[in-house]
Write a protein that binds this ligand. Structure first.
Ligand SMILES: Nc1ncnc2c1ncn2[C@@H]1O[C@H](COP(=O)(O)OP(=O)(O)O)[C@@H](O)[C@H]1O
Ligand SMILES: [Mg+2]
Length: 357
């Protein structure tokens, strides 16, 4: 039984779809894989005939390249701007390929080699000396033993020398455990691989060594190009988030239009009319747009007791997106004066947006 939690891993959220794909999967499977590569693709980009929803919206060829990459002996590194669904894609691929997305190391300045290799249960270590029982496996070591995928989130936030402990794991596919006796090593079972993610633009990231770069295939995940596509995605993800609040109606189309347009204008630095606007340093990703409209919907419904308006959207921009950069606040005001106010002359939604900023 699954108790109520805020967010379930992909293999649980989509357990039915995965079961259906498994039941109708005639394709050959690479060693150690739960599904054929074609079924993995169907899981990620959807297959209406089999009742499988699309989860990653965007570049389908990228998904294919990622799947091929995981079949090979290179790791897969998804790079791109924050909020472009790199983590989501790595979670979906892992869930479909090996049945779990939960072997994860979250990269940070605090990660040490043990987190990528193994540590010790010190009570057992003191009582019996080094033994297999006293070893505490990292998610990487567990994935090697079970032939599954380990996800390394934000790899470039780890100190470079810690990142480099992946080199021998990726090239030799073995992990030496000298404490258990000379020559003791763990050899990766078929199906093992690494899917890592890295943000290009966030502060606090490190370089990657050339040696480690060579062990990864790099795939760049771009933000969504087509505005209509992005709008549909935001509407769908908002609906998912508001599933627990059945009293909140779907947003009006003109409010969604304002939201999507504001994010795209500021992200690209260009309006649809071809005007140039100053780009804020804050991340204007699809994910931030979903966060903004989600917060705005909650504020409208629970605090104002009315429908969502573009004024609510504007009201959430500062906290959800602009956070603590005063320069970005000035850029937003310039955008409002230069772009939003002229639009407000012929649109009530844009007028409401200007009101709220
Ligand atoms: N192309 C896309 N397809 C589906 N969802 C997307 C897409 N781009 C962004 N999202 C949304 O953005 C959210 C955040 O993505 P995340 O995986 O955390 O980004 P990243 O790891 O790149 O920073 C996703 O969970 C999803 O809701
Ligand atoms: Mg991420």
């Amino acid at each position: 039984m699954v108790g109520e939690v805020q967010k379930q891993p992909a293999e649980i959220r989509f357990a039915e779809e995965l079961a259906r794909l498994t039941a109708s999967d005639p394709g050959p499977r690479p060693p150690g894989w739960r599904l054929s590569p074609r079924a993995v693709r169907a899981f990620v980009i959807g297959d209406e005939a089999r009742g499988v929803t699309r989860k990653f919206w965007g570049d389908d060829a990228l998904v294919d390249r990622c799947i091929v990459s995981v079949m090979g002996l290179q790791g897969l590194l998804l790079v791109g701007e924050p909020g472009t669904a790199k983590s989501m894609l790595s979670e979906l691929l892992s869930a479909a390929i090996c049945g779990t997305s939960r072997l994860v190391v979250q990269g940070s300045a605090g990660v040490v080699e043990d987190h990528l290799r193994y540590g010790w249960n010190y009570a057992l270590l003191l009582a019996e000396g080094p033994s297999a029982r006293a070893m505490v496996a990292s998610p990487v070591l567990t994935a090697m033993r079970t032939g599954q995928i380990v996800r390394i989130e934000e790899l470039t936030r780890c100190p470079p020398e810690v990142q480099d402990s992946l080199i021998s794991i990726l090239s030799e596919r073995t992990l030496a455990v000298p404490e258990l006796g000379e020559g003791t090593e763990v050899r990766a079972a078929p199906g093992f691989n690494v899917i890592a993610t890295a943000n290009l633009r966030d502060r606090g990231t490190h370089e990657m060594s050339g040696a480690l770069k060579r062990r990864f295939n790099f795939e760049t995940v771009e933000s969504i190009r087509d505005p209509a596509f992005e709008r549909a995605l935001i509407a769908r993800q908002l609906a998912d988030r508001l599933a627990d609040h059945p009293a909140i109606p779907a947003p009006a189309p003109d409010v969604l239009d304002v939201l999507v347009t504001v994010f795209r204008d500021l992200r690209t630095g260009r309006t649809a009319e071809g005007e140039t606007v100053a780009q804020p340093s804050s991340i204007m990703s699809t994910a931030e747009a979903v966060n903004t409209v989600h917060a705005a919907s909650l504020a409208a419904a629970y605090l104002d007791g009315g429908p969502l308006t573009a004024r609510h959207v504007a009201g959430q921009l500062r906290g959800v997106v602009f956070k603590d950069d005063p320069e970005d606040g000035r850029k937003l005001r310039a955008y409002v004066d230069q772009v939003a106010r002229p639009r407000a002359r012929s649109s009530r939604a844009w007028a409401a947006f200007c009101d709220g900023t």
